[in-house]
Design a protein around this ligand. Structure first.
Ligand SMILES: NC(=O)c1ccc[n+]([C@@H]2O[C@H](COP(=O)([O-])OP(=O)(O)OC[C@H]3O[C@@H](n4cnc5c(N)ncnc54)[C@H](O)[C@@H]3O)[C@@H](O)[C@H]2O)c1
Length: 252
């Protein structure tokens, strides 16, 4: 699989899954725009990709803000003359807690970053994809939207929305040759994991999660990156509306 001559934007690329996806796409020939609210972390990853011989740019974005998403798209097109792949990966969560203990501001923030971002990506990216004759969205949803864990109710809801939006976007945008797929990762070894764990991040609480995964380990960024490369590649040209579990069997 090869992404040469393609530009891919990866949101939340300064850490975790997004970093893994961006590096893997660059290794496979893409020009990658690493977009993150933490510009310094995006720049670090872009520098590492550049040092390894890849092509990468860092960009600031707040995926919950329309102006910021619009600026990301125009900056990308100005710099690389095209936009072929858009990965909605940036995400956040409330801490694992009783559903009654999540305050309204936190609920709004988690929905803005995890759900409104997908709406904003459609508003700002679809016109560019249409002008180019097609494109690919990849949404990083979660097994949380398929097999929810207690303590994460509102986060789980954002991922259920991401899954439904993926399928609905896929059918509505198919006539424009725009494919839309999602990946549903199981709990992964990234900085976000501590939010999901019930209690402190200790070997014992991690083991509780591992015990629910038949293949016996957490997901790693490379697991997600490998599936992402396939779904955005031309080899997946007939695949749209798929929400692929990368979960070691958790959702069986
Ligand atoms: N780690 C897991 O266990 C897990 C499991 C399933 C799904 N996911 C999903 O994977 C995606 C990536 O998560 P991760 O585990 O790599 O997290 P992470 O915290 O390591 O990375 C998230 C990145 O998103 C950026 N970000 C946060 N808010 C942003 C905003 N408003 N605008 C732009 N960037 C923003 C952060 O700065 C960070 O670099 C998320 O959508 C998450 O919900 C994670």
């Amino acid at each position: 699989m090869n992404l040469s001559h393609k530009t891919a934007v990866v949101t939340g690329a300064g850490s975790g899954f997004g970093e893994g996806i961006a590096k893997y796409f660059a290794q496979h020939g893409a020009t990658v725009v690493l977009a993150d609210i933490n510009l310094a972390s995006a720049q670090r990853v872009a520098d590492e990709i550049g040092a390894a011989g890849g092509s990468a740019l860092a960009a600031y974005v707040d995926v919950s803000q329309s102006d910021s998403m619009a600026a990301l798209v125009s900056q990308t097109v100005l710099a690389t003359k095209q936009l072929n792949i858009f990965v909605n990966n940036a995400g956040t969560s409330h801490k694992n807690s009783s559903l009654l203990d999540v305050d309204e501001a936190t609920f709004d923030r988690v929905f803005a970053v995890n759900v409104k971002s997908i709406y904003l990506s459609a508003i700002h990216v679809v016109p560019q994809f249409r002008a180019q004759g097609g494109g690919v969205f990849l949404n990083i949803a979660s097994t949380a939207g398929v097999r929810p864990r207690p303590g994460l109710t509102w986060y789980n809801g954002t991922k259920g929305a991401a899954i439904t939006m993926t399928k609905s976007m896929a059918v509505e945008l198919a006539p424009d040759h725009i494919r839309v797929n999602a990946i549903n990762p199981v709990a992964g070894d990234t900085p976000l994991l501590k939010q999901f764990l019930p209690g402190e991040d200790t070997p014992e609480t991690r083991q509780k999660f591992v015990d629910t995964i038949p293949l016996g380990r957490l997901s790693q960024p490379l697991d997600i990156a490998r599936a992402a490369l396939f779904l955005v590649s031309d080899e997946a040209e007939f695949i749209t509306g798929v929400c692929l579990e990368v979960d070691g069997g958790r959702c069986v």
